[in-house]
Ligand binder design. Sequence first.
Ligand code: ADP
Length: 456
Amino acid sequence: MDAAMERKKKSPNRLLADDGEGSVPLDNSTVALSQATMDQLDIFAGDLVLLRGKPRRRETVCYAFPDAHCPEGRVRLNRVVRGNLRVRLADAVTVRRLDGGVPNAAAVQVAPFEDSVEGIAGDPFDAYLRPYFGGELRRPVCKGDRFVVHGNMHAVEFKVVATDPAAAAGCVLVAPDTAIYCDGDEPVKREDEERLDGPGYDDVGGVRKQLAQIRELVELPLRHPKLFQTLGVKPPKGILLYGPPGTGKTLLARAIASESGSHFVAVNGPEIMSKMAGESEANLRKVFQDAERFAPSIIFMDEIDAIAPNRDKTHGEVERRVVSQLLTLMDGLRPRAQVVVIGATNRPNSLDPALRRFGRFDRELDIGVPDEDGRLEILRIHSKDMPLSEDVQLERVAKDTHGFVGADVAALCSEAAFQLIREKMDVIDVEDDTIDVDVLNSLRVSNDHLKHAMEV
Ligand code: ADP
């Protein structure tokens, strides 16, 4: 038996953190495992499990459910749960059924993060906490846990400040009779916590296939360069995304960085080129240096055709020098550097062919204009925090927006919200710096608002 198999047998509770498309929608209080893993660990659907993240030994408790799409040896967690465990994708997480059960809480005390309630005033209880804790699920929470609640045109991130009883790991169940205290007026400051509301995979719509491909190409090499070294294969250094502006190329690259916990460096082609001659190359070198220093990193080069146009067709001395500098930098990236360069362009054919050779940007993905299903996914994403009135049919809107790219759909949604706000100017006090949650709570985007937005 090889070493890996043996280890797996010895510690079957040790799984790898995954996100991934699955059949079970993940919530802040649920995780998913394959049926085989559930059987092996003696976990039944709906059991409470104790999760512990490997690198930082943080613990939290969730309900476990089987998921036909979850690979064996993996545990699917959403970003909030991964944040609580301080794990990134592909980190180890131990999963154990909680035999002793979790006590019902007499009380829990939570507080919103300061930066997530900027600009809103009032008590977030009715608008956020009651719907979050009032559902069918008796949510397990541990002291120190964070959770994000979407709604009312805004997502708010909270922290569990204290629990009563202060059980072993501070883990309790919030039952219907649990008193929930919220320091709405005293938001907490972030300490070492990363924001959980950066873009994630679930914020990018209509690119399911491309997302799966790019994750396979980027995530593992960023997290486990050794694996590739052992196998003697070279992870890709560069990936080229091509497609019209506004289709989500930047968003995709950002989502990969935030989901994999990588440092993100963005470079804009025309901006770099517009610098004084000579400085462009120095700037590029600095970008690569920083990326290596803060690795794992993703370097995103937008409009890369401006940096590296076809050398045969350009006569500019600067372009020639910058292209060769970029080639040198990419060739110089060590296989273990944990740096991936993602280039974006609308014109792949105008790119210097030397860049598209093996070992440089050797993978290309087409991020096209979304179809009707894609538009529907994007509409759902951009209306996630928007209360919609009953007459709104997003399917209809997706049908009527042929040719819209992601950025158009996003603009449509915010225009509809603006239209609603214009109508409600009488109840919103513009002199005030903050908006009351009760006012936010009463807002509904209607079909007319969306129609109006489409005509703009
Ligand atoms: P690109 O880099 O292809 O020009 P961006 O990623 O900058 O496009 O898109 C601009 C904005 O449009 C994004 O921040 C997002 O709000 C929205 N958007 C674009 N494409 C998508 C998509 N596929 N899914 C969700 N939102 C999108």
